[in-house]
Design a protein around this ligand. Structure first.
Ligand SMILES: *[C@@H]1O[C@H](CO)[C@@H](O)[C@H](O)[C@H]1NC(C)=O
Ligand SMILES: *[C@@H]1O[C@H](CO)[C@@H](O)[C@H](O)[C@H]1NC(C)=O
Ligand SMILES: *[C@@H]1O[C@H](CO)[C@@H](O)[C@H](O)[C@H]1NC(C)=O
Ligand SMILES: *[C@@H]1O[C@H](CO)[C@@H](O)[C@H](O)[C@H]1NC(C)=O
Length: 439
């Protein structure tokens, strides 16, 4: 039921201008469809849950909705995709940690996966939105309602999704952060929550209700563990450890131990491991002078046993995570950097995708570092084009054969905004910006 509702609202909602009011009462998920369709109102849920004071949080937690839609849509290679994101660590340092190293050996190491820029937030938004729109900061940003995401793609095929953010105080919380209430230490942060930053997600209560929490301190208050026990995990999951667990405010060894504690029991839990692909990655490296290469590896029962312990040195970036999911479920595309991105090799072999190398003329080694952002709507420095780049509707025809989501074509067909996306693995970075997007 939810899927029908979600699909309708994804289509209806993404036609520019159709906005909706918050629900006046917490009604059941299935009844919400009609409330979403309103051409006159312009506000939704994107600013309802932003208060961060403890009293406001407690009050909101009492009424905020949680939902756990499930589905069982067969993928070509995997039926569940889980990504777990750690923070700010150079490749060499991450692989030197014994816990990360042990898990990497159980799967395929993707030794040439690159972040797209610095700092954190633009990397998180890139993996669901197919671009970072010039962002070079960790501010309270809201991506415009008419920008679509992977959630629209998943909804178009009724594939369930959810995010699990460690120590987020309640489902759908939109505040900039929430500190540990005993110690005052940084704990949950919005900048590491890729869904909530997009108004095309946060506008809708149903969608907010799928952004849930995880707790290792108290599993009885962990929505992840509740969903796991009830066998209600979705097919697409994004997991963000808190600011200590993810190595942001702690050592890589603390993060490695967290991964061991969290992941080990899941490896033989049928409610989790059910033709599942787990991607462990980092948002970005730590030394800005280096190429932004981050340790990434895939494991899980969807990875063929004979590939355990191997390395795939093809070029990948955060857009490959989108492309791999699109290829697996034969989803439409966003018409942005996802279109040309490489699909992980072991998946590409089964989806007919070609893994491409950078053309030598780009001088990848000498020129590309992915360590700074090009201009765009979220770049707070002066210079360059400020408007949103439009999806490139010409990429409806692409090498992969995947088409752009219909509602995206509908929304952007008359747009005069420039576009820079190409059906190619070579992406721009701040040192090599798209024409017009230098600072
Ligand atoms: C997690 O979210 C649920 C649902 O909103 C909430 O009841 C619970 O208290 C939260 N857990 C923690 C540890 O904050
Ligand atoms: C983050 O979570 C870990 C358990 O996973 C916990 O030990 C730690 O106290 C939490 N961090 C903060 C700042 O609360
Ligand atoms: C990006 O890396 C290049 C090469 O090391 C360096 O010259 C440049 O200063 C770096 N940019 C930033 C913002 O650190
Ligand atoms: C999408 O919204 C942005 C920001 O409001 C605007 O610049 C752009 O023209 C809009 N595009 C479409 C197709 O509505």
């Amino acid at each position: 039921m939810l899927f029908q509702a979600a699909a309708v609202l994804a289509t209806a909602g993404l036609v520019a201008g159709s906005r909706c009011k918050p629900h006046s009462s917490a009604s059941s998920i299935a009844t919400s469809t009609s409330t979403f369709i309103s051409s006159s109102s312009t506000t939704g849920w994107e600013n309802v849950y932003t208060a961060t004071g403890s009293a406001a949080v407690a009050a909101a937690a009492a009424t905020a909705r949680t939902s756990s839609p499930t589905s069982k849509v067969k993928g070509k290679v995997f039926d569940r995709y889980v990504s777990i994101w750690f923070e700010n660590t150079d490749y060499a340092k991450a692989i030197a940690d014994p816990n990360f190293a042990v898990f990497a050996k159980q799967g395929i190491t993707l030794s040439n996966l690159f972040a797209v820029t610095h700092p954190s937030e633009p990397n998180y938004i890139s993996v669901v939105g197919g671009d970072y729109f010039g962002m070079q900061n960790d501010n309270f940003n809201q991506v415009d309602f008419n920008v679509s995401t992977v959630f629209d793609l998943l909804d178009s095929k009724h594939i369930s999704w959810g995010l699990y953010q460690e120590d987020m105080p309640y489902s759908g919380f939109e505040g900039q952060g929430y500190v540990n209430q005993k110690t005052g230490a940084n704990d949950y942060v919005r900048k590491h929550n890729p869904a909530v930053i997009f108004n095309s997600v946060a506008h809708f209560e149903d969608r907010l209700s799928q952004i849930k929490n995880l707790s290792l301190i108290d599993e009885t208050k962990s929505q992840f563990h509740a969903d796991l026990k009830a066998n209600k995990l979705p097919q697409w999951l994004f997991i963000t450890p808190n600011m200590t667990s993810d190595a942001h405010d702690a050592t890589i060894s603390f993060a490695g131990n967290w991964l061991k504690t969290f992941l080990t029991p899941l490896l033989d839990d049928k409610n989790f491991m059910d033709n599942t692909l787990v991607l462990i990655t980092f948002d970005e490296n730590s030394n800005y002078a280096l190429k932004n290469n981050i340790l990434s590896f895939v494991l899980g029962d969807a990875v063929p046993k004979h590939l355990a312990g191997t390395t795939d040195a093809s070029f990948y970036n955060h857009y490959s995570e989108l492309a791999t999911v699109e290829a697996n479920w034969d989803l439409p595309t966003l018409g942005r950097w996802d279109v040309g991105a490489n699909v992980f090799q072991f998946v590409a072999q089964h989806t007919g995708d070609k893994v491409r190398a950078w053309d030598a003329s780009f001088e990848f080694d000498a020129r590309y570092f992915f360590n700074t952002s090009y201009a765009g709507p979220f770049n707070t420095a002066k210079g360059g084009v400020r408007g949103y780049p439009a999806p490139n509707l010409a990429l409806d025809k692409s090498v992969s054969g995947r088409r752009i989501l219909e509602s995206i074509k509908e929304t952007w067909k008359g747009s005069q905004n420039p576009t820079y996306y190409r059906d190619a693995v070579e992406v721009n970075d701040g040192l090599n910006p798209p024409a017009g997007y230098s600072l």
